[in-house]
Design a protein around this ligand. Structure first.
Ligand code: FES
Length: 170
């Protein structure tokens, strides 16, 4: 009888220790999994691009990138129609900010400053200076990437107030 009582005590103690060890192991495993899934700080930072657009002259185009995709930033000139549903306003100047990928089959349209349009060489699609599709097979306008405005800088990768308004009207 005495032997059995000691044995039960030993088994109970061992069971508790095993449970604690398993719980601790679970916490360590979850922490390891979280660290694996979280993007590295360098990768998270790479999703944000800050661009000083004040260097652009009216009618001038700047090329950038957002998460590996080409982006066009066009400072609108007086000869280009303002478009409140698509223009990004920074320091009282209007800009077109679009992902430079045709919404038809993904070619990169070229900016033609002489006739003020983005032209896709693949199937002849055309977009106006605001990125609206005006001719050919593209089914919709060029996409505006998430952005915010910080002073005279455009911050690609953040959803600021202007972006939310434009996205809501698109
Ligand atoms: S991919 Fe641009 S028109 Fe077809």
């Amino acid at each position: 009888m005495e032997y059995n009582a000691k044995r039960r005590g030993f088994i109970k103690g061992a069971g508790t220790a095993l449970g604690v060890a398993a719980a601790a192991g679970g916490v360590v495993a979850l922490y390891g999994m979280k660290r694996t899934w979280d993007p590295l700080p360098s990768v998270a930072a790479a999703g944000i691009t800050e661009i000083d657009v004040s260097v652009l002259k009216p009618g001038e185009l700047m090329r950038s990138q957002f998460r590996g995709k080409p982006v066009y930033i066009l400072k609108k000139s007086d000869e280009m129609q303002p478009n409140d549903a698509r223009d990004v306003v920074i320091d009282n100047e209007r800009y077109t900010v679009v992902i430079a990928i045709c919404t038809h089959l993904g070619c990169i349209p070229a900016w033609n400053s002489s006739n003020l349009q983005f032209k896709c060489a693949c199937h002849g699609g055309e977009f106006d200076p605001s990125g609206l599709h005006t001719f050919g097979p593209p089914p919709k306008p060029l996409v505006i990437p998430p952005f915010s405005v910080s002073g005279k800088k455009l911050v690609l990768g953040e959803e600021g107030e202007q972006y939310k308004k434009l996205a809501a009207t698109a």
